[in-house]
Each structure stands twice: as C-alpha cells, then as structure tokens.
Design a protein around this ligand. Structure first.
Ligand code: NAD
Length: 256
C-alpha cells in the first residue's frame, strides 16, 4: 500500500517530550513517508527534542519560541535554504499560567489572559503568516484545540477562551489562505495526559469522568489524533478546510 504522505515535507511545532501530541503526529507523518522537521521552544527542551528527532528520523531540529517574531523569521529563512517548500505545518502549542488553571476564571489577571491568548491563539496567526510563502504549491496547516473552547470545563478557564479564539483564527486563516490552496483545520482532541494537561488542576478527574461517559467508554489515544492529522495533511483531506474535527471518542455529542 502506498504511503499517504510520500513526497511531502512537514514542519511540526510543539514537541516537548514523548507524551506530546506533536510527537505522536510527527511519528505518524514519518510512518506515512513524510520528511519531518521539528522545532523546540527553548534550550531547556533542546536535548530531548533532538533525541526524539533522531529516533523519528527527523530531517532537522530548529529552535522556535513562537512569541519571538525574529525566531519565526529565522525559522523560515532556514527552511527556505534547506527544505525549500512545506506541505504541512502542525501547530501544537499552548500555555497559560498554572494559577489561571486552578482558581475561578473570574480571577484571571490581565497579564495571564494576554499570555494565554498570545501563546495559544495568536501564535497560529504568526506561524501561518510566516510559513505561507513556503506553501506556494498549497498545503495544510493544523492546530490542536479542546472542547473547553465552547463548553465550560472546570479549571480550563482562560485556556478555553484562548481555544475559542484559536478556532475562530482557524476559520479566518482558512478563508484568507484558501485561494492559495492552503487548508487550515483544527483537531479537537479528547483529554490526554501530557505535560500541559498536568498543569490543569484535577486533570485526572477529567480523564476518569470522560472515560465513564464517552460513547466509546474510554479516553482518547494520541495515535488516533495523529491518524486524523495524517488524513488532514494528505490528499484525502483535500476538500476539508476551516473545520474543527473532534477526535474524542465521541464525548462532545453527549448531553444528559
Ligand atoms: P505538551 O506540553 O506536550 O505540548 C505543548 C507544547 O507547547 C510544548 O512543546 C511547549 O514547548 C509548546 N510551547 C509553549 N509555549 C511555547 C512558545 N512560546 N513557543 C513555542 N512552543 C511553545 O502538551 P500537549 O497536550 O501535547 O499540547 C499540544 C496541544 O494540544 C496544545 O495546543 C494543547 O492545548 C492541545 N490539546 C491537548 C489536549 C490534552 O488533553 N493533552 C487536549 C486537546 C488539545
């Protein structure tokens, strides 16, 4: 059987460790024959991401803090010289202060709100603008969101607001970049135990609650998220843009 991403080059932002959803996605992209380039946020993650990159057979590992415009410019200039073009870009990045993910939402500080929105939502706009010139033959941009964008999830708080903005950004970017053949979509993943998720107070209760109530009676496997990411980056996803696709074992359909 031919591989779904043969001949494609993908940039994956957001690998911190082997539990990162971005790591599962990068692995699935490699399995399907894509060339993969990884980024890491800061020197603190460099060694781990380099080791994981080697394990995956990544072409290149590049530093990129998405809040730093010059690091994005540097990333693009390195990619222009090395990869030449990109077919897929994965934005798997979010951050909020820990205290904003445990106290009542109404207590969110101005600076905490700005930080969460800048890192978790605006960065998609900044990344899309930076990489679009490398997608002159079309391509697929993907981001990761969560049900807390549209429903109140205890302790998700300002991150829910950031994800609502992220989903709106996905639609506006899909409209802007669509004429150039670039598709922009989001996967809304069910809860998965990662470093970011552990920052949310009582996250294990969320996992237990979801597993008990969801139609498939289990939690989401990162590999399931990764396989949907393959579909969206592949030619099979060519008609899909501006969408939020739930990969959550069905949890979002449930009422009482
Ligand atoms: P993770 O902690 O492994 O990944 C988050 C990544 O964001 C890390 O690699 C971190 O370095 C990166 N990051 C944060 N600030 C950055 C910055 N300024 N510049 C560059 N990178 C930065 O956790 P994860 O759960 O794999 O999160 C990936 C995405 O998936 C996030 O958008 C998250 O909200 C989303 N998501 C996670 C879940 C879940 O339950 N784990 C569910 C739905 C959506």
């Amino acid at each position: 059987m031919s591989k779904l991403l043969e001949g494609k080059t993908a940039l994956v932002l957001g690998v911190a460790n082997r539990w990162s959803l971005a790591f599962a996605i990068a692995g699935a992209y490699r399995r399907e024959g894509a060339r993969v380039i990884l980024t890491y946020q800061s020197d603190r993650q460099r060694q781990t991401v380099e080791e994981l990159g080697e394990e995956l057979g990544a072409e290149r590992i590049i530093a990129c803090d998405v809040t730093q415009e010059q690091e994005l410019e540097q990333l693009v200039s390195t990619l222009k010289k090395t990869a030449g073009k990109l077919d897929a870009v994965v934005h798997s990045i979010a951050f909020a202060n820990r205290e904003d993910l445990s106290r009542p939402f109404v207590e969110t500080s101005r600076s905490g709100y700005q930080l969460a929105l800048e890192v978790s939502s605006y960065s998609l706009v900044a990344v899309a603008r930076a990489v679009a010139p490398l997608m002159s033959e079309g391509g697929a941009i993907l981001t990761l969101t969560y049900l807390g964008a549209t429903r109140v999830i205890t302790n998700y708080n300002v991150m829910g607001v950031a994800k609502a903005a992220l989903e709106a950004c996905t639609r506006y970017l899909a409209s802007d970049l669509g004429p150039g053949g670039v598709r922009v979509n989001a996967i809304s993943a069910g809860p998965v135990k990662t470093a970011s998720a552990r920052g949310i107070k009582d996250f294990s209760k969320v996992l237990d609650g979801v597993a008990a109530k969801t139609p498939l009676r289990r939690n989401t496997d990162p590999e399931e998220v990764a396989d949907t990411a393959v579909f969206l980056a592949s030619d099979l996803g060519r008609g899909v843009t501006g969408n939020v696709i739930f990969v959550d074992a069905g949890f979002q359909i449930m009422g009482l």
